[in-house]
Design a binder for this molecule. Structure first.
Ligand code: GUN
Length: 292
């Protein structure tokens, strides 16, 4: 079974569009997302544009703030403070990666937790860990939504997460272990110092791959019937494409897919779900449902 993130996103976004329309008719506030992009990284520009476009499609307001790559840390912090205080903005994101001269932790600590729809602020991470209402980082949340949509059983399953990034692997491992509807897995988090990754993946019922290494997960690393979630999205030069590149996931899809009970494609799997989860968080922010 293919876990179709594109189709699932269309369905969930249609629901949100109806809710926005209802809010409009009742004279309630329309969700407003702002995105800050520093510099000209091609992939980041594409992602931010996709987020802004998705906002427009479902009736949200959106604001894109594009700063030059020379922007200083203090200038960025000042921009964040402006957004923190702008009552018209319900939530905002600072697109990663940031230029090397900017301290990412400092930046995310500046974001008001109530507007932190990316769920990167330590307060939201802490609330997530404690199973309190929190903004949950968009990619892991999108994956949970996809697992729910396809009724993938998680309770009691052995789950291996590959990669311990702050924005995907680490939160994913915590979320899948929590005592929640989509959760209750026995989670193993593998990383660059793990001695025998294959030993772990071969035993896993569910594998989430978030390494950024194209086609890392091979068919001889998984058992029959595994559920495979591919978070990777790497641009590889391909002159036969109009864009000049193709996108590769972290899974050797062609060989792995036949062994799986369910798998996400790249593109059209986790990527669209990340955007949908961000829109969902923005709607929550507008309704003030996390921080009452
Ligand atoms: N870069 C890659 N993924 C993300 C994300 O979910 N949010 C932000 N802000 N930047 C990213």
């Amino acid at each position: 079974m293919i876990l179709d993130g594109k189709q699932t996103s269309i369905e969930l976004q249609n629901k949100m569009a109806i809710e926005v329309q209802n809010r409009k008719e009742k004279g309630l506030k329309i969700p407003h997302l702002a995105a800050v992009l520093v510099g000209k990284d091609g992939a980041s520009q594409t992602y931010v544009n996709a987020k802004v476009k998705a906002c427009e499609q479902i009736g949200f307001q959106s604001t894109l703030i594009h700063l030059p790559k020379e922007t200083t840390e203090n200038e960025l912090l000042a921009q964040i403070e402006t957004l923190n205080q702008d009552e018209n903005i319900d939530g905002f994101i600072v697109q990663l990666p940031l230029p090397a001269h900017i301290n990412v932790d400092k930046v995310f600590q500046q974001v008001k937790p109530e507007k932190d729809v990316d769920g990167f602020h330590p307060i939201n991470v802490g609330r997530m860990v404690k199973n309190l209402p929190a903004y949950i980082s968009a990619t892991p949340l999108g994956i949970l939504m996809l697992l729910e949509k396809y009724n993938i059983e998680t309770a009691g399953k052995k789950c291996v997460v590959l990669g311990r990034s702050q924005i995907v692997g680490l939160p994913m491992s915590i979320l899948l272990a929590r005592n929640t509807k989509i959760g209750n897995c026995t989670v193993t988090l593998c990383h660059s110092k793990t001695s025998d990754v294959k030993k772990h993946t071969l035993d896993a019922d569910i594998i989430v791959v978030a390494l950024g290494i194209p086609e890392y997960l091979k068919d001889d690393m998984i058992k029959n019937g595994a559920v495979v979630i591919d978070v990777g999205i790497t641009r590889i030069d391909d002159l036969s494409k109009k864009s000049g590149f193709k996108l590769l996931g972290d899974v050797d899809y062609q060989n792995v897919a036949p062994k799986c009970s369910a798998i996400t494609p790249v593109p059209g799997g986790v990527g669209p779900m990340t955007i949908t989860a961000l829109l969902y968080n923005t709607l929550l922010a507008c309704k003030k449902e996390i921080y009452l």
